[in-house]
Design a protein around this ligand. Structure first.
Ligand code: RFL
Ligand code: PHB
Length: 392
């Protein structure tokens, strides 16, 4: 098999890259180790930044998102039994975000692919990337029990945080940065109308809680739990009771309960791999960087990477110049580190560190209080949440 761009992974990064290249007339092949149902049902992100919404529309993948997605003009911060709303359009000159699940973004992109017949192989596991520094890089993969080789002009690793692409970068040429947090998120999906019309981020002495949603009839909620927690250790009633405690306010707000249909635990980690390029191998999305989900940045960063890469590959084809490909890693990393900083700030402002002192507890509340009192502080949060521009 031979193609111009070999893409490993059919998460949001790989699927959108394939679509952008297809629209630019550049051929690609996507290899995905899992089956289609798995990729379409894996519960993850829920928030699309304004820039991501614009990119999906421009790529021709925005029709259902525009019908079914929920535009959100703010989030609520809860602390000390009080609430404070951060108004995004008022603070950012009109920007907002969209609640539209990653599962739906993936379904839409896969359906477009199926229509066009662009090669997207499920249950095709990449085993290794070879010859990254030659002009004919290859991906060795296994599909339906047989090993095969995909010969490419370029290979893009969109294979997530545990993928194989990054392993093709020699340790001596790359550098990893990592921070592991001593807590995780217990996430649930529940068949009940969301108890609030916007997302609620709550800081509590017992730990963080987040109220989110998937649709007008499905709620998505998260609880901070100690790292290593088993989702099965929490009964449904214990989860609702704990959410009640952490979300409680003095003004009589109540949390609606309903049947829990899914439960899972997500560890919290920050990580960056530099550089995001090795010869003709490029890394994009979670393959290159991880953020804790408190800032809702992961999927949006993946989108930024592949937009930058698709532009650079198109520029190369049109002008013969590799200048944008050469700039790819530095261009992406500048935005990545802003998202890392924002996600770290949100995480450490809202979670209860098991080793926190009473002094640090008060500082957390003071940081939140500052946002509720200062337009400048609230603007900083609103700009970060609605997204850093692609060409910053
Ligand atoms: P993905 O989605 O992990 O996709 C990688 C794909 O590569 C495949 N793969 C391979 N295929 C072939 N051969 C191999 N050897 C392979 N190894 C792996 C995998 O099967 C998979 O299909 O990475 P991608 O595309 O970079 O997308 C990144 C996003 O998925 C991720 O950043 C977000 O989900 C993070 N995230 C959030 N991001 C947001 O922007 N907003 C949010 O609100 C948000 N909430 C979240 C989140 C992530 C969460 N979890 C579970 C980590 C909430 C949670 C709870
Ligand atoms: C979600 O709806 O899954 C979600 C929303 C906001 C976050 C993280 C996850 O910060």
């Amino acid at each position: 098999m031979r193609t111009t761009v070999g893409i490993i992974g059919a998460g949001p990064a790989g699927l959108l890259l394939a679509r952008l290249l297809h629209n630019a007339g550049i051929d690609s092949v996507v290899l995905e180790s899992r089956d289609r149902a798995y990729v379409e049902q894996r519960q993850r992100a829920g928030i699309l930044e304004q820039g991501t919404v614009d990119v999906l529309r421009a790529a021709g993948a925005g029709a259902r998102m525009d019908r079914e997605g929920l535009r959100h003009d703010g989030v609520e911060l809860r602390f000390d039994r009080r609430r404070h709303r951060v108004d995004f359009p008022a603070l950012t000159g009109g920007r907002s975000v969209m609640v539209y699940a990653q599962t739906e973004v993936c379904k839409d992109l896969i359906a477009l692919h199926a229509e066009d017949g662009a090669p997207l192989l499920f249950e095709a596991e990449a085993l290794a990337v070879e010859g990254a520094t030659t002009d004919r890089p290859r991906v060795r993969f296994r599909h339906q029990g047989t090993e095969d080789v995909l010969e490419c002009d370029y290979v893009v690793g969109c294979d997530g945080s545990w993928g194989v692409a990054r392993k093709a970068v020699p340790d001596s040429l790359g550098r990893g940065f990592e921070r592991v947090y001593p807590y995780s998120w217990l996430g649930i999906l529940a068949d009940v109308a969301p108890s609030h019309d916007e997302l609620v981020y709550a800081r509590h002495d017992r730990g963080f809680a987040l109220l989110s949603m998937r649709s007008p009839s499905v709620s998505r909620l998260y609880l901070q739990v100690p790292a290593g927690t088993d989702a099965g250790a929490w009964s449904d009633e214990e989860i609702w009771d704990e959410l009640d405690r952490r979300l409680e306010t003095d003004d009589g707000w109540t949390l609606r309960r309903g049947p829990i249909t899914q439960k899972s635990v997500t560890p919290m980690r920050s990580a960056v791999h530099e550089p995001m390029r090795h010869g003709r191998l490029f890394l994009a999305g979670d393959a290159a960087h991880i953020v804790p989900p408190t800032g809702a940045k992961g999927l949006n960063l993946a989108v930024g990477d592949v937009v930058t890469l698709a532009r650079a590959l198109t520029h190369r084809r049109d002008t013969g110049s590799g200048a944008l490909l050469d700039a790819y890693s530095a261009t992406c990393l500048r935005r990545v580190w802003q998202a890392e900083r924002f996600s770290y700030d949100m995480t450490t402002m809202l979670h209860r560190d098991p080793g926190a002192t009473p002094f640090e507890d008060r500082l957390q509340v003071a940081r939140l209080d500052r946002i509720s009192q200062s337009r400048a502080a609230a603007t900083d949060l609103a700009e970060g949440y609605t997204g850093f521009p692609l060409d910053a």
